[in-house]
Design a binder for this molecule. Structure first.
Ligand code: F6P
Length: 324
């Protein structure tokens, strides 16, 4: 009897998840697996929302954001009762291996699931936050950075026309990868990130200095998880210190998570999906499938979730040096 593989997406959707699902389905079927999809992530696993995926089920999705399998954030999966129900569902459907695509919460869930189910479990890193260790980049991150970059390129027109400073808040939960990379690529004056927080007063002093150097408009990128104030708090502080009309806030929010994945995300997703199937053939389990220094890698899930991945400090210095 053919071995059975189930694939699901969990947590926040990320552009490239569909490309990953497609790669798992096509390479899995190519290797002789029967592949099932689980709709709505871990919640769907508990509710037994299985569907058979064929080669044609994943046609025409490589370029689409979101996830055709739908996703969810599931509190019940964090309880012994929920985990037991999920494990029972996997057994009832004779699943041999599960590939879960998602971020930190998904990886933690996969670790817990292994205590109740003895099938093989692999996680593909799918999150715009890039906050998982065991991979240089997560699926969806490149797209989210590029969406924010395009938005800032547009904001610049107004900033320059009206001599304004735009405070742009980007996603990233409690990590600053998004904000820092976006700031560098956008040529922003300042990035406020959780890994190197600044008080609103310090941030304002930097913008003042930029004006003294002759700048008439500025871009400040704020990570949503910046502990000394999110975008709104920073914008309100700046406005309280000067003519309020000189400052505008733009919170990108979920716009950053939508739309077609970049080539880089599609390739990463396809590569990791294919590698996951190969790894299952070699009996791998309990691993995060990632790409490190250009190579596909397996990292124990516990290591991936317990290691804090931080943006390179040198990039922050580079931002300061090039914002002069
Ligand atoms: O983890 C991805 C992410 O988009 C974070 O950047 C953000 O903090 C969070 O999800 C938003 O979650 P939700 O879509 O549940 O509001």
């Amino acid at each position: 009897m053919a071995k059975r593989l189930a694939v699901l997406c969990s947590g926040g959707d990320a552009p490239g998840m569909n490309a990953a699902v497609r790669a798992v389905v096509r390479t899995g079927i190519g290797q002789g697996w029967e592949v099932l999809g689980v709709e709505r992530g871990y919640a769907g696993l508990i509710e037994r929302l299985f569907c058979v995926l064929t080669l044609r089920s994943v046609s025409g999705i490589v370029h689409r954001g979101g996830t055709i399998l739908k996703t969810s954030r599931c509190r019940r999966f964090r309880t012994p009762e929920g985990l037991r129900a999920a494990a029972d569902a996997l057994r009832a459907h004779r699943i041999d291996a599960l590939v879960a695509i998602g971020g930190n919460g998904t990886a933690r869930g996969a670790i817990e699931l292994q205590r109740y189910w003895d099938g093989h479990v692999l996680v593909l890193p799918g999150t715009i936050d890039n906050d998982l260790a065991g991979t240089d980049y997560t699926i969806g991150y490149d797209t989210a950075v590029n969406v924010a970059l395009e938005a800032i390129d547009r904001l610049r027109d107004t900033a320059e026309a009206l001599d304004r400073t735009f405070i742009v808040e980007v996603m990233g939960r409690d990590s600053g990868f998004n904000a820092l990379d976006v700031a560098i690529a956008a040529g922003a004056e300042l990035a406020l990130i959780p890994e190197a927080p600044k008080s609103p007063a310090e941030a304002f002093a930097e913008i003042r200095r930029a004006h003294e150097r002759g700048k008439t408009s500025c871009i400040v990128v704020v990570a949503e998880g910046h502990p000394h104030g999110d975008g709104r708090a920073i914008a309100e502080y700046f406005a309280s210190q000067d003519k309020p009309d000189n400052y505008r806030l733009c919170v990108l929010g979920h716009v950053q998570r939508g739309g077609p994945p970049t080539a880089r995300d599609r390739i990463l997703a396809t590569r990791l999906g294919g590698y996951a199937v190969r790894a299952l053939e070699q009996d791998a389990t309990g691993m995060l499938v990632g790409e490190v220094n250009g190579n596909c890698t397996l990292t124990p899930l516990t290591e991936a979730v317990n290691t804090k991945k931080k943006p390179r400090h040198e990039l922050l210095q580079l931002l300061e040096a090039t914002a002069l």
